[in-house]
Design a protein around this ligand. Structure first.
Ligand SMILES: [Zn+2]
Length: 145
């Protein structure tokens, strides 16, 4: 029998809750169907999804900082206003765009490279300051966008 892993979306609870219309809603976790565990392949997809999500957030935040630090250009709040969004919603929207772009760009990557991307993301998330040499290798890829 295949070894099962703890579902990353519900942390093994089998249920998940979220805020909808200012109220907490709870339902069976769709990722694991309520069992709290997933097969290794599915678990990897969840971790890859989280890595791409984080990548998008990091990229959007870096863009926001770069905007605000540029004395010549328009600041981030101004750009957000141009898009009829609050700064927070604009950053969120940018993060989603970047994540989707990352997911398209990495679609043809080898399994090894994806595993490396996931490991790097989880590592940087745990210890942001430890990101050094290996991060530089991905940032050249990130910066090409
Ligand atoms: Zn689950």
């Amino acid at each position: 029998m295949e070894e099962l892993l703890v579902c990353g979306r519900c942390c093994g609870e089998g249920r998940q809750s979220w805020v909808e219309d200012d109220r907490w809603v709870e339902d069976v976790c769709y990722a694991c169907g309520g069992s709290g565990s997933v097969d290794p392949e599915h678990a990897f997809e969840q971790r890859l999804g989280a890595a791409l999500d984080l990548l998008g957030r990091r990229k959007a935040h870096a863009y926001r900082c770069a905007r605000d630090e540029d004395p010549e250009g328009e600041d981030f709040a101004f750009c957000a206003a141009e898009n009829m969004l609050s700064a927070r919603d604009y950053e969120e929207a940018l993060a989603m765009d970047y994540s989707e772009r990352a997911s398209r760009e990495t679609r043809d990557w080898s399994r090894e490279r994806l595993e490396w991307l996931v490991a790097l993301s989880e590592w940087s998330w745990r210890s942001p300051r430890a990101v050094s040499a290996e991060h530089c290798r991905t940032s050249s890829w990130e910066d090409r966008w």
